[in-house]
Design a protein around this ligand. Structure first.
Ligand code: ATP
Ligand code: MG
Ligand code: MG
Length: 142
């Protein structure tokens, strides 16, 4: 039995599929927690570290985009009593692995590819890194 499943969600087609598998697995277990983690890639976070500031309107657009992502994910976990969406900051793979560690997750579910443009490899860099570093099972959905 799984106690706490972590689904990594970037809004990509594969991550939507991954989340629906995670929901299916969680639904079939007694009192299984499900966390959906989205690592925010808002450029404001990156650029702030260089001491630069983005125009307000640009930041607003990103906020709207990420709010919409969180809304979509929240829609997919409706009806699951022990589910939550977490918006994380940092390097996506590291943030996902740290969240899994800190919350004693026992399964990570994620897509094989994400929103990246280059598709020649089976795995994107985030799923590659997570599979390589995780100490718990990782279910890759494609
Ligand atoms: P790359 O990012 O290396 O250009 P890619 O975007 O095609 O390639 P990944 O980013 O590795 O591929 O995406 C694979 C899976 O990793 C996604 O389906 C999703 O489950 C997870 N993932 C990627 N980025 C994030 C993120 N920012 N937050 C949460 N999960 C993510
Ligand atoms: Mg990506
Ligand atoms: Mg990337």
């Amino acid at each position: 039995k799984y106690h706490h499943i972590l689904a990594a969600y970037d809004g990509s087609e594969a991550s939507v599929k991954a989340l629906s598998h995670a929901v299916k697995i969680a639904e079939n277990q007694q009192a299984c927690r499900l966390s959906v983690a989205h690592v925010a890639s808002r450029p404001a976070y990156t650029i702030a570290s260089y001491g630069l500031v983005l125009p307000e309107s640009y930041q607003e657009k990103w906020k709207e985009y990420e709010d919409a992502l969180v809304q979509q994910a929240t829609g997919q976990i409706e009806g699951l009593p022990y589910a939550n969406v977490a918006v994380l900051k940092g390097h996506p793979a590291t943030a996902i692995l740290d969240y899994a560690n800190d919350h004693a997750c026992d399964l990570i579910v994620m897509g094989n590819r994400g929103l990246g443009a280059l598709k020649e490899w089976m795995l994107g860099s985030v799923s590659h890194h997570v599979v390589q570093q995780a100490r718990i099972p990782v279910l890759i959905v494609k």
